[in-house]
Design a binder for this molecule. Structure first.
Ligand code: FUL
Length: 511
């Protein structure tokens, strides 16, 4: 009898343990940043899968940066070109007062949280003293060939505690081996140098441009090998935009889509590709329509072979060109234009990658510095005062309403049970005038909200202030100013229970 009890207890424990393992496995599966869709799956099942896809930790860290910057700098800075030829004499590279500390300080003071340096652009000139080619700063007059721009920028990023990334152009107009297999090894060596000699690297940026080598052949890039190498040497780095982690938004204007899904279909999510990936994240560049207007609607995901978390990076230059040209000093974007770009990139579930190209002295030009400062001042004047703060929140079918206003992204409001619609009412404790709405979903649960309306009470009636579709990591909407003491947010459609980690109402500063 005793034995039987022991056996029974053992059996029960074993069943419990295996259930836990199964649950954990299911949990781990649901926490992945991709999912395979089998033929014949129902729309409801596909929707549930889409709503449970989450960013990898490196993607989540990157998304939360919101503002990142590019430094395009190289021989083009001195020749006045946008694209070089690869035949430039390294003697042309001669900044007279290069101060990487100033570049990073200007960026940091404007709220930028990570920068990416063009370690090598298409012309092949390397901003670090590489052992792979003589076509580098080591052959230039700058610091008598003893300088290293990559090292100086990396050190400044450490000093100012912001992220550091590198742009390494796959296209190389200078390398004699370009166009042959040997180039892929050459590129691996360049990656090894950059990823082992400068401390932590947070982003590796690959452009898709691909020209012909001296042999008249287009290079076949061995991206798979490069990605694996980056993962090994810098596992926290995101690989953009010819890479698995970050997608190009599709324009260089600074304006993203109003409906921006971070979960998009991937045509190449077959079993083999998935097998090569880790449990949580894909290790290859998702293929499919990444440029259209609608990337992730219900209709799009219903026809998908697989779904992946592949968020948008919105790149744009503060000047017409990517490199500095004196003749563009009067064409630097105004603080007002940069503000509009902010609303249309960060405010549309994207990360902004704003290029600030240092000039021939090796400094961010005064005009660009002024624009950056003006832009920051405009943002602060609006966003430093959340007019919803202190409101009394009622959300009949919701839980944790206080999380909406606690300035803590980790905590979030959600609905009870499985409700996919909700009403959140805020008594603003006095009459407030506002014209900006800010919402943030908790994306480590998934991206779910499909439509919402903001209403305000006027004369006992609910009137519409604004409405939108997706939210994602952050959504900002501007509308004609309204004055009210009560507002309500109605979430009118969501893929599963919606979440909100933050809610804000603001009044735009006079420009
Ligand atoms: C493009 C390049 O060809 C430009 O020169 C620039 O670097 C931009 C960010 O990417 O495709």
């Amino acid at each position: 009898m005793k034995q039987l009890v022991v056996k029974k207890t053992f059996l029960l424990a074993a069943i419990c343990a295996s259930t836990l393992v199964l649950q954990a496995q299911k949990g781990a599966q649901e926490k992945a940043n991709f999912v395979h869709i089998k033929a014949g799956e129902s729309s409801a099942e596909i929707l549930r899968k889409a709503a449970n896809i989450v960013p990898t930790p490196r993607q989540l860290r990157w998304q939360q940066l919101e503002l990142t910057a590019f430094f395009h700098f190289g021989v083009n800075t001195f020749t006045g070109k946008e694209w070089g030829t690869g035949k430039e004499d390294p003697q042309t590279f001669n900044p007279t007062a290069l101060d990487a500390d100033q570049w990073v300080r200007v960026a940091k003071e404007a709220g930028i949280r990570q920068v990416i340096l063009t370690a090598k652009h298409h012309d092949g000139f390397c901003l670090w003293p590489t052992a792979t080619t003589k076509h580098s700063v080591a052959s230039s007059p700058w610091k008598e060939g003893k300088g290293d721009v990559v090292k100086e920028v990396a050190a400044a990023c450490k000093k100012y505690n912001i992220g550091f990334g590198i742009y390494l152009s796959p296209w190389d107009m200078n390398a004699p081996v370009y166009g042959t297999d040997a180039y892929n090894d050459f590129f691996m060596e360049q990656l090894t140098e950059l990823l082992t000699q400068y401390g932590r690297v947070d982003e590796v940026w690959f452009d898709g441009a691909n020209g012909e080598g001296p042999n008249g052949k287009k290079q076949v890039y061995d991206f798979g090998r490069w990605y694996a190498h980056i993962r090994k040497l810098q596992p926290e780095a995101v690989i953009a935009i010819m890479g698995p982690d970050v997608r190009w938004v599709g324009t260089e204007t600074g304006y993203g889509r109003e409906t921006e899904w971070s979960v998009v279909p991937a045509d190449n999510l077959d079993q083999d590709a998935v097998a090569a990936s880790s449990q949580q994240g894909v290790a290859f560049k998702p293929q499919g329509d990444m440029r259209g207007d609608d990337l992730g609607s219900r209709q799009k995901i219903n026809n998908a072979k697989g779904l992946v978390w592949y968020p948008a990076e919105t790149d744009v230059s503060i000047r017409p060109g990517w490199f500095y040209h004196t003749k563009e000093d009067s064409l630097v974007k105004t603080p007002q234009k940069l503000l509009d770009i902010y609303y249309s990139s960060v405010g549309r579930n994207g990360v902004l990658l704003l290029n600030i190209p240092p000039d021939g002295r090796g400094l961010v030009h005064e005009a660009d510095v002024a624009a950056m400062q003006g832009w920051k001042a405009l943002r602060d004047a609006t966003f430093n005062n959340n007019l919803a703060k202190g409101a009394a929140i009622t959300s009949v079918n919701g839980v944790r309403p206080a999380a909406l206003l606690d300035d803590n992204y980790a905590t979030y409001w959600t609905t009870k049970g499985s409700d996919t619609t909700a009403v959140i009412e805020l008594d603003l404790k006095g009459t407030k005038t506002f014209d900006v709405l800010m919402l943030q979903e908790q994306i480590s649960v998934g991206q779910r909200i499909e439509s919402f309306v903001l209403e305000y009470q006027s004369g006992g009636q609910w009137m519409k202030a604004t409405e939108g579709s997706t939210v994602g990591y952050k959504r900002l909407l501007r509308f004609d100013a309204v004055t009210a003491n009560k507002v309500r947010l109605r979430i009118t459609a969501s893929r599963l229970q919606p979440t909100l980690a933050a809610f804000g109402l603001y009044k735009q500063a006079a420009q």
